[in-house]
Design a protein around this ligand. Structure first.
Ligand code: PMP
Length: 305
């Protein structure tokens, strides 16, 4: 049986149901996270990747949204472990924590309400194909600005913007959308941060470019600097720079490291996955499964040994 955390208890997932009157359901005022846990077959161990970083980001975002959760980062990690153990998960799994106002009231506001947090599991498999590479399109939709709905926060209302861009890309025959910010510079994908490789240097939009502060983005920067001795530039990136990049890839918990092989019908690296992208993918996939000792600090083991 699969379990979820709902209204302060661990319950069978079928019992975790909200009312149609739930305030946050109407106004998109939920704060959520996406976390992956990876199964290591040889060790018979399930590892939660960056559990602390995800729950810290969630608690920080909740504070910004006037949601004082009753749980600390450690509490949320322990609850997640309990759900995974109780559900007997022995394969890769995606974890979705979501905080929301459970009040049955119709006012779009953030104060005077009761926040609650739910956590459930999802079988994603592959979000985007990380082996072949994606064909992407620069969206006609602009990324939501920090002064409208901050893209720095993982709030559900902001994902209307992602859904519009992703749908436009899919209906036009592409795999993913790249959104420009209100200033016309590259922000990110609908659910991923973006990296370019030029002259063996990594380039990625900085935090001031109206992007989510991606946890995978930070991990990739660390791997690039420490393992491949690459220089990393965080700065504004113009759309035209995408077309002349040697390699491009997207990063995210769900998307992992997804190579981009085409942007707006221009092939990148001749339409093949580039060598630096491949090296980073290999490092990342080994690290997240607990196969590189020095990155085991990224992981929280689920089963007691
Ligand atoms: N940007 C957006 C808009 C996202 O939804 C995500 C997924 N959380 C990311 C970037 C990547 O963030 P992370 O690496 O923390 O999953």
């Amino acid at each position: 049986m699969e379990y979820a955390f709902f209204e302060d208890q661990i319950v069978p997932v079928e019992e975790a149901k909200i009312s149609i009157k739930t305030n946050s359901f109407h106004y998109g005022t939920c704060v959520f996270e996406g976390i992956r846990a990876y199964w290591n077959e040889e060790e018979g161990q399930l590892y939660i990747l960056f559990a602390r970083e995800h729950y810290q980001r969630m608690i920080d975002n909740c504070r910004a949204m006037f949601m004082e959760l009753r749980y600390t980062v450690d509490d949320l990690i322990n609850i997640t472990k309990e759900i995974l153990v109780k559900s007997q998960i022995r394969e890769d799994v995606y974890i979705r924590p979501i905080a929301y106002f459970k009040d049955l009231a119709l006012t779009p506001k953030l104060t005077g309400f009761t926040p609650t947090v739910a956590i459930y599991l999802y079988r994603f498999g592959r979000y985007l194909d990380t082996s072949k590479g994606a064909r992407v399109k620069v969206s006609s939709w602009r990324r939501n600005d920090d002064n409208s709905i901050p893209s720095r926060w993982k709030v559900s209302g902001a994902y209307v913007n992602s859904a519009l861009a992703k749908t436009e890309a899919l209906l036009s025959g592409y795999d993913e959308a790249i959104l420009l910010n209100q200033n016309g510079f590259v922000a990110e994908g609908s659910g991923e941060n973006i990296f370019l490789v030029r002259n063996k240097k990594l380039i990625t939009p900085s935090y001031s470019e109206h992007i989510l502060e991606g946890i995978t983005r930070a991990a990739v920067i660390k791997l690039a600097k420490n393992e491949l001795m690459l220089e990393v530039e965080e700065r504004p990136v113009a759309r035209s720079e995408l077309y002349v990049a040697d390699e491009i890839f997207l990063t995210g918990t769900a998307a992992e490291i997804t190579p981009v092989v085409e942007v707006d019908d221009r092939k990148i690296n001749g339409g093949e996955v580039g060598p630096i992208t491949r090296e980073l993918q290999e490092l990342y996939f080994n690290a997240v499964r607990g196969k590189i000792e020095r990155y085991k600090g990224w992981l929280t083991p689920v089963y007691e040994k």
